[in-house]
Design a protein around this ligand. Structure first.
Ligand code: EPS
Length: 384
């Protein structure tokens, strides 16, 4: 399975082409829209989210709400395009808009401008924008439908925004999902959720932005996805690449992650047990469900750290590219905090990576072939 995306933030729309999804999978475009809507939510999003109502148009690869094995082209319109038709015109017109000359520290502006030889860093920011993640969420939504066939479930929640940290252990496990979806910042700890909203409000009013941390859980993944045999087959490496490619994600941890630096080996690993009913099992999950680059059958647990968004209403110091004189960076419209949205994007990229690893291991041009192959493998595992 592979996909590619195209589209600028204020261009006509965002598009993804997803290949390799088996034929015969039921996918309703409404299921994709549900995920797109989840990405748009969250306290701290900017004015753009009030302009857009992201809805997918499936251009190919499906008939009668079923995949047919051919590339699936997914298109999400930018409603804001109407306001940018001239500035973003793909055909030659007289430019009527400001040339952006004061790059934002922390954004792709300056490095992209140097690399591509642009004179207006709008050429760079349009594609660097997290608007592109709408396409990845659409792709992830299709992958989630595939994973559902195998009872694999992917969820996420907010662990931290700025200096406010959720006390996840205070929330009963069965309430985590419900509380998360009810919270404006997707944080299951209601008290922390309130504080996060207050902090976003305060920070936004000061012209500043916030980052944070989010958790992703992938349940019911069969053991054996990914491989120890080659560096680029390792499942943790592949997932990490995907997470780090999400705009503003700066760190990814599996299981106990960076805490493992201080812990001796005797307390770092998950001892192995066996009984007839469960087969092999663990009482801890410090590895976060991946050992030797392979899923080990436990829940895959990841956390991602997101930096504060670099588009500041009260901008940082920069340099004017034409005069080379000190100047404040451009102040462009942005979010104050996008951690809640990043959780949805993280679910989507995880869905793609797991679907890819699943297809790699079990093949199947048709969903029923794939299911038979998974069932045969699970039966073999039972007999170990
Ligand atoms: C985003 C769309 C963007 C930003 C945000 C995410 O729209 P606009 O630039 O028109 O306001 O709201 O992107 C950024 C924070 C960024 O730095 O690029 C979206 O659809 O998620």
């Amino acid at each position: 399975i592979r996909f590619t995306t195209a589209g600028e933030s204020h261009g006509r729309g965002i598009i993804a082409i997803l290949e390799g999804i088996p034929a015969g999978l039921n996918v309703n475009s409404e299921d994709i829209d549900v995920e797109l809507a989840r990405r748009q939510k969250g306290y701290g999003r900017g004015a753009r989210m009030r302009i857009e109502t992201d809805v997918v148009k499936v251009l190919s690869g499906m008939r009668y709400a079923r995949t047919i094995g051919s590339p699936i082209a997914l298109y999400v319109t930018n409603r804001d395009w109407e306001n940018w038709e001239n500035i973003m015109s793909p055909i030659a017109v007289d430019l009527d808009g400001e040339i952006l000359l004061k790059p934002r520290p922390g954004h792709a502006d300056l490095a992209g401008l140097m690399k591509y030889g642009s004179t207006d860093f709008r050429d760079i920011l349009e594609r660097a924008s997290a608007r592109e993640t709408a396409a990845r969420v659409a792709v992830g939504a299709v992958c989630k439908e595939l994973l559902k066939e195998f009872d694999i479930r992917i969820t996420s929640y907010t662990l931290q925004i700025g200096n406010v940290t959720a006390d996840i252990n205070s929330v009963p496990a069965e309430k985590i999902w419900h509380n998360t979806e009810m919270s404006y910042v997707r944080c299951p700890d209601a008290a922390a959720s309130k504080k996060m909203i207050q902090l976003i409000k305060k920070t936004g009013s000061q012209g500043d932005t916030l980052g944070g941390k989010l958790a992703v859980k992938i349940e019911n993944v069969p053991a054996g996805l990914g491989s120890h045999t080659q560096w680029d087959l390792k499942l943790d490496g592949r997932l990490a690449q995907s997470f780090l490619s999400i705009q503003a994600i700066k760190a990814v941890e599996f299981g106990s992650g960076s805490k493992l630096a201080a812990i001796p080996g005797s307390l770092s690993h998950d001892e192995i047990f066996y009984n007839d009913k469960k087969g092999f099992y663990r009482n801890t999950n410090r590895a976060g469900g991946i050992e030797g680059g392979m899923s080990n059958g436990e829940t895959i647990e990841i956390s991602c750290t997101m930096k504060a968004i670099p588009s500041l209403a009260k901008p940082l110091r920069s340099v004017n590219l034409s005069t080379k004189k000190a100047a404040k960076a451009e102040a462009v419209r942005s979010d104050v905090c996008a951690v809640p949205a990043a959780g949805i994007v993280a679910e989507a990229v995880a869905a793609f990576e797991i679907a890819k690893a699943l297809k790699e291991k079990f093949g199947g041009d048709n969903i029923e072939d794939m299911k038979k192959s998974v069932a045969a493998y699970k039966a073999r595992l039972k007999n170990i």
